[in-house]
Design a protein around this ligand. Structure first.
Ligand code: F6P
Length: 361
């Protein structure tokens, strides 16, 4: 996100000579600014004058600093830094049309004509609603480690999260190998298995379980345990199993998948007469580790390409509102509500098959 912000600011100022404002904490910052300004009409006049006077210079625009005038230096040194210097927040208030109206009014009064909004499904839904309810030019930019936005091949953050997971597997594998254990690692991804599947392919994890392959029943878990035991019989000493957080269980269970799978595997390995009763299974839920850290070059490059396309579209008088997307390795703008890339699910199945053949259980 920081690499993306840097690219938006620098292209706006250097290539297009357009002033750029940064909004703190996403929609929450916009709502706070709208409320603050409503309560202080003089403040609004000052705010507008500040923007006009400050073009290209750094400045704090409103008293609470929800809106910041960005300059060249304001995005210096942030390229690969994890997180976002502007902050991010979930904003339930923004679901209300009357709250969005306050924000649209504020932007109108400030003379803001365009918004670039980056985030996951929630942020892009907000972007679509703003586009429908106002005359603003709006470009959404997909940024989510879940890679669950099916109209683009990749979202910002995915490459970095996969990189972190590969690093994590490399660390877990040391214990798995030396203690001859099965390690079950739970990845993020909400309802999507993309993160787990890409991480498995890139790390060589022995097994990957994703929501797309259906709910895990007791018999399916037994089947997986049998597979591992079979590999142990053929001389394999350890296994790394990745399970995506979105995997469902039948009957439904409330605990983390990694723990449910550990219990099922452990019970199977310790059944009466089992060949490897000492085979231990250890679960780990990797959590927010996956959402931080230095962005990969792949992510920084995609961020720059998305930013360039966003500006191109905003400055084109025939440009349409929509979302930057990577399709067939080209960046383009797709309209809000654009149908999924049909290849996405085919691609996911192909990746699963490729992983299975490489793991060769
Ligand atoms: O959507 C990104 C994501 O990291 C998901 O993978 C995860 O389920 C969720 O957000 C975690 O959200 P929070 O940080 O609010 O717990």
């Amino acid at each position: 996100m920081n690499a993306f912000l840097r690219a938006v600011v620098r292209l706006g100022l250097n290539r297009h000579q357009v002033p750029v404002l940064g909004i703190r904490d996403g929609y929450r910052g916009l709502v706070r600014a709208a409320r603050q300004v409503n309560a202080d009409t003089d403040g609004l006049v000052r705010l507008k004058q500040e923007i006009e006077r400050n073009i290209g210079n750094r400045g704090l625009i409103d008293a609470q600093q929800n809106i910041i005038q960005m300059d060249h230096a304001s995005v210096s040194g942030i390229m690969g830094k994890g997180g976002t210097i502007l902050g991010s927040a979930r904003c339930l208030d923004f679901h209300k049309p009357e709250v969005r109206r306050e924000v649209i009014d504020l932007l109108g009064k400030l003379g803001v004509g365009s918004l670039i909004i980056s985030g996951g499904d929630g942020s892009l839904t907000g972007a679509r609603l703003l586009a429908e309810e106002s005359n603003l030019r709006i470009i959404g930019v997909p940024a989510t480690i879940d890679n669950d936005l099916q109209f683009t091949e990749m979202s910002l953050g995915v490459d970095t999260a996969v990189h972190t997971l590969v690093w994590a597997v490399d660390h877990f594998i040391d214990t798995a190998r030396s203690h001859r254990r099965v390690m079950v690692l739970e990845t993020m991804g909400r309802e999507s298995g993309d993160l787990a599947r890409m991480a498995a392919l890139a790390s060589g994890a022995e097994m990957v379980i994703t929501p797309e392959s259906g709910a895990l029943t007791e018999s399916r878990m037994r089947g997986l345990a049998e597979k591992i035991e079979g590999a142990m019989t053929r001389g394999r000493g350890h296994a790394i199993v990745l399970i995506a957080e979105g995997v469902k269980f039948e009957p439904e269970q409330k605990r983390n998948g990694a723990y449910i799978l550990r219990d099922a595997f452990q019970a199977y390995f310790q059944r009466a007469g089992a060949p490897f009763p000492d085979l231990e299974v250890r679960p780990s839920v990797l959590g927010h580790l996956q959402r931080g850290g230095h962005a990969t070059p792949g992510d920084c490059i995609l961020a720059a390409r998305f930013a360039e396309e966003a500006w191109k579209s905003l400055l084109d008088s025939n440009g349409k509102n929509g979302i930057t997307a990577l399709r067939y390795n080209k960046v383009e703008i797709v309209p809000f509500g654009c149908p999924d890339l049909p290849e996405r699910s085919i691609h996911s199945r192909a990746m699963d098959a490729l992983h299975d053949d490489l793991a060769n259980w």
